[in-house]
Design a protein around this ligand. Structure first.
Ligand SMILES: [Zn+2]
Length: 240
């Protein structure tokens, strides 16, 4: 049997965003019960979860720089979209991510520390860390001097390094969702969205070398599985 890929133009980041929004609005029921202790086992690596995606085509096609589009414009638009989507995904589990349940920003036995503007290392809870990340990114992506939206305005020299910084921090948030809040994500039936968002993000940062592979290596076991195209047999593709 030969399964065909869906049309390339059929899906955009905006549509993924809309799909996430739709599901979020639909799911009124929240999982009950308290936050479980730190997960010893990586439940997110179980095949029943890793095979769940919202899209089943090659994400690489989505991330490559389209002809006619300026590289910085492309990086700016994707970074802003990932910021919004990751913020939204985190918001679905944020009520379970508290100073009690997540006393530090952990992911796969790594603890992330926040560095303030003066470079001082501070230990903070996961919700504080995520709040620092989101506030910092919000400030950057809405700064017209850094993410210009007006015609003729140029990107600053520091643009690429700032995009790298943003992507590194957004990765920490995704890793924390998997590590500490995967059960709640499954209870909300949002694991397909999380896997799709994660895979899209990883394929994007790899394409443009935006995050040091050493940084993302803690999640390589997951990346290897979800970034690979699904085997044809599992594709939910309509035959023509
Ligand atoms: Zn948490």
């Amino acid at each position: 049997m030969h399964s065909q890929k869906p049309p390339k133009s059929g899906l955009s980041c905006k549509m993924v965003l809309q799909a996430v929004g739709k599901v979020l609005r639909k799911s009124k029921t929240k999982p009950n019960g308290k936050k479980p202790p730190a997960e010893e086992k990586k439940h997110y690596l179980e095949p029943e979860y890793t095979k769940v995606r919202v899209v089943d085509f090659d994400l690489k096609e989505l991330v490559v720089l389209p002809r006619e589009i300026d590289l910085n414009e492309w990086l700016a638009s994707n970074t802003t979209t990932f910021f919004n989507l990751i913020n939204l995904q985190y918001s679905t589990i944020s009520e379970f991510c508290t100073g009690d349940t997540c006393q530090s920003m952990t992911a796969c036995n790594t603890i992330y520390y926040w560095y303030d503007e003066r470079g001082k290392k501070t230990k903070c809870t996961a919700p504080q860390y995520v709040d620092f990340v989101m506030s910092m990114v919000q400030k950057l992506v809405t700064d017209e001097e850094i993410f210009p939206t007006k015609y003729g305005k140029e990107f600053p020299n520091s643009f690429e390094s700032l995009v790298k910084k943003i992507c590194r921090y957004l990765f920490h948030v995704l890793a924390h969702i998997y590590w500490a809040h995967f059960k709640e994500t499954v209870a909300l039936e949002l694991q397909g969205h999380l896997n799709t968002l994660y895979a899209h993000f990883i394929v994007f940062v790899r394409e443009f070398n935006l995050v040091d592979p050493k940084e993302t290596s803690i999640m390589d076991d997951l990346s290897d599985v979800v970034c690979a195209p699904l085997p044809a047999a599992q594709n939910h593709v309509t035959e023509r």
